[in-house]
Write a protein that binds this ligand. Structure first.
Ligand SMILES: [Zn+2]
Length: 426
């Protein structure tokens, strides 16, 4: 008896009506793989007929066994099955037969509940769904179905939103409405709040109107990148919120503009093409971090030079590059030193020789001035949500893409821990 109990424990079976035979463990080849087969039977006296509901009496009689081949979690890394002979009963009141049920498996299903739970737990790890299927000896579609069952699991607290939030977007699945999907998180804890399929203004306004007005008024700071519809959205839906454009994105904006200026020059000036191409990183680096005393020989350049010399050499090639470079360095520095006056004086000054790319960037900076000031004054950043976006990219890569947005969302929420993978019947 104790051996039986131990076997039940090892297989994580809770149903005491399952009795194993004397020689209950066999090794068979199933689907071409060495597998362990546990054999037992399930028997108890039912309280009533499953069909007509008649209370158990002498007219409900035993009627043989029915074999169910159940998939259970692996034992010793071998595919394992429970061959369960279920007691059948015949009811003479209604002339129907029925068999005993067990809590280990859903009615009409051959995959045990503990296997399903193991699949849900595996779905929280960064592994592909195909691997989960192989690990648990089930088909890919079973894994799909179990992950899908968590689609509706996310609970939205419509009466609460955190004080500080980050907004961002990520490239979504092909079938999603709109190319980009929207996600937002708590800026302090980094916890995802929700993921919305479409990031366009109309659908986001519709989405956020589901939250109560009090919840929306509670939001104090929202960190965004430079996507203008977010600003319109925040002004309409979160009247108390400060808009903060992320510092990283501000720097990235001018960084790209400078890089485009360099490439443009590079393509025109074939003589210095190599130098402009090879030393691009030095141009983008913070001027203070460049080495200005160590002379050495650099490829493509004739004389011994320092890093600062190289940059100055490149800048002397073109006036547009030069002025754009200094604009870039000064803006970067003022943000780094949190100097709002300096920042304002740079972006407001007339620069006559800025490249067209940098001029556009300057206009954008002027447009977002207030929000960049907020960013300089606050310590909040979009770092947390960029981390989440990285995770999303990883999830996409390990699974070689997703077709359904809701499925993708369920997986993201499972991996990020927002959905607790307790077993849920499907
Ligand atoms: Zn009956």
């Amino acid at each position: 008896m104790s051996q039986l109990n131990n076997t039940l424990k090892i297989l994580n079976l809770k149903d005491k009506n399952i009795i194993f035979y004397n020689n209950y463990l066999k090794e068979l080849k199933i689907k071409g793989k060495r597998s362990l087969v546990f054999e037992g039977y399930l028997s108890y006296t039912p309280k009533y007929c499953m069909h007509c509901g008649c209370i158990f009496d002498e007219n409900i009689v035993k009627h043989g066994y029915k074999l169910s081949k159940l998939t259970i979690p692996k034992v010793s890394n071998l595919n394992s099955y429970l061959y369960l002979y279920k007691q059948r009963y015949k009811c003479r009141h209604c002339n129907h037969t029925f068999s005993c049920n067990t809590s280990e498996v859903e009615l009409g299903c051959y995959i045990s509940n503990s296997t399903k739970h193991a699949i849900a737990l595996d779905a929280t790890k960064k592994i592909s769904e195909k691997d989960i299927a192989v690990n648990n000896n089930v088909s890919h579609s079973t894994v799909n179905r179990i992950i899908d069952s968590y689609k509706s699991h996310i609970k939205l607290f419509k009466n609460y939103l955190p004080e500080n939030m980050c907004f961002d977007e990520f490239k979504s699945v092909k079938s999603a409405v709109g190319l980009m999907s929207f996600n937002f998180c708590n800026a302090d804890t980094g916890e995802i709040i929700d993921i919305v399929e479409d990031r366009r203004l109309y659908s986001l306004t519709k989405y956020f109107s589901r939250y109560s007005r009090d919840a929306r008024l509670n939001v104090k700071n929202i960190i965004i990148d430079m996507y203008t519809p977010y600003i319109v959205l925040i002004k309409a839906m979160f009247p108390n919120a400060n808009i903060i454009t992320d510092k990283f994105h501000t720097v990235q904006l001018i960084n790209r503009a400078l890089n485009k200026t360099r490439i443009n020059l590079m393509n025109k000036d074939k003589l210095h093409y190599n130098k402009l191409k090879r030393y691009w990183k030095l141009l983008l680096r913070d001027r203070d971090s460049l080495n200005h005393f160590k002379f050495q020989k650099y490829t493509c350049l004739e004389h011994f030079m320092t890093e600062v010399d190289i940059v100055d050499y490149l800048l002397d090639l073109d006036i547009y590059l030069k002025e754009s470079y200094w604009f870039y360095q000064h803006v970067r520095q003022s943000i780094k030193l949190k100097n709002i006056d300096k920042f304002d004086s740079i972006i407001d000054a007339q620069h006559y020789n800025l490249s067209s790319y940098m001029l556009t960037a300057q206009k954008t900076l002027i447009e977002h001035r207030k929000y960049i000031h907020n960013a300089i004054n606050s310590n909040l950043s979009n770092g947390k949500i960029e981390g989440i976006n990285n995770l999303i990219k990883v999830i996409k890569r390990i699974s070689f893409g997703y077709r359904s947005f809701l499925h993708f969302k369920a997986r993201i929420l499972l991996i990020s821990g927002l959905i607790n993978p307790t077993y849920k019947s499907i």
